[in-house]
Design a protein around this ligand. Structure first.
Ligand code: 13P
Ligand code: SF4
Length: 332
């Protein structure tokens, strides 16, 4: 049976009122899915707010590592995802590649006990667990600088995975030296050693795009996410995580033009006027966009029918160590 968007919204609201569920939606979700969220936010806000929620089921509209993080932090909750879509960046590293990165650092003369790993939250549970076991922690784009600052106090070299750009951008902001494993020589000279992962969506923005907007609208502000290449961030007026970008842009004077380098769904609902997408290619995150209103409806229906689909499970040993890495971040 085919329902219209409005019919689906009504059915979802009805199911939500009958069931012990909380619908959680990331800012990058399609508008109509985002609108159904009881809890909305960026990855850090979602992890924190969901921990405090007491519904039996969390229906997570986002990408795989986000649903997994909820399950890791609150194993008593039943977490289901309308689509278990895996973030392309998180898919670039697994525990084997993590071990290879540690081995490359050892080969460059850095002993394992001098390595402190930090993983961006955009990674799967097995990588977070490896990081937890080695005394490291998780960060998000909102707190990466603060987490790296604290970590450096231990006097160790930082292994930063999986986002090369976030690692390099934070290093630049802090006046530190970074190197990319597998690309740069002299790894031992760097303070932050980055894994060579990246977000394909945030690679769409170019220095030519910035030059185009600056030429077309003199005085325009350029605001970008730190997953963009360092060459982009260096030229931007503002670099910030999803929540930081929202705050910066919504607080600009109404007539201030701004071109934004981050995911399309978010930029599109930010501000009615004077806001541009900093790319001629629509920067949609394919995996975030996989979740449709119909998927959300079918997931809620499966809970009502007693056979929840796409439930997230993490084995206990992995969960234990991944939680250690997440808890170290939350404690800061
Ligand atoms: P936030 O941590 O800003 O929510 O970003 C998550 C993400 O996937 C950005 O591409
Ligand atoms: Fe992953 Fe990039 Fe999508 Fe964010 S925008 S979820 S980093 S693929």
């Amino acid at each position: 049976m085919h329902y219209t968007t409005e019919e689906l919204k009504e059915k979802i609201k009805e199911l939500k009122s009958r069931l012990s569920v909380t619908v959680v939606a990331h800012f990058y979700q399609r508008d109509e899915v985002f609108e159904m969220g009881d809890i909305t936010g960026d990855s850090l806000e979602l992890a924190k707010k969901t921990m405090e929620d007491d519904a039996e089921f969390v229906v997570f509209c986002g990408v795989g590592f986000m649903g997994q993080s909820v399950k890791i932090l609150s194993p008593e909750k039943r977490v289901v995802m309308p689509k278990v879509a895996c973030c392309a960046m998180a898919r670039m590293i697994d525990s084997l590649y993590f071990d290879e990165s540690v081995a490359a650092m050892e080969k460059a003369g850095i002993p394992k006990e001098n390595i402190l790993p930090i993983t961006y939250i955009n990674s799967n549970a097995d990588v977070k667990a490896k990081v937890g076991q080695m005394g490291g922690m998780v960060c998000t784009s909102s707190n990466a600088k603060m987490i790296i600052e604290k970590a450096l106090k231990e006097g160790k070299k930082i292994l930063f995975v999986p986002d090369r750009c976030l690692g390099q951008n934070v290093a630049r902001m802090m006046g530190l030296k970074s190197a990319v494993i597998g690309q740069d020589e002299n790894l031992a000279d760097a303070d932050i050693l980055c894994y060579d992962g990246f977000c394909s969506v945030h690679q769409l923005f170019s220095v030519e795009d910035i030059a185009f907007y600056r030429r077309k609208y003199p005085g325009i502000k350029i605001a970008v996410h730190p997953e963009c290449d360092p060459a982009i961030c260096e030229q931007a007026d503002f670099v910030g995580s999803t929540s930081q970008l929202i705050r910066y842009i919504t607080e600009l004077p109404e007539d201030q033009k701004v071109a934004v380098g981050t995911e399309f769904n978010l930029v599109n609902r930010l501000r009615p006027k004077n806001t541009y997408v900093l790319s001629s290619t629509k920067p949609e995150c394919p995996t975030m966009n996989e979740t449709t209103l119909e998927d959300l409806y079918l997931t809620l229906k499966s809970i009502e029918d007693g056979e929840p689909i796409n439930e997230i499970f993490v084995d206990e040993e992995t969960r234990k160590w991944a939680k250690v890495a997440l808890d170290r971040m939350l404690a800061l």
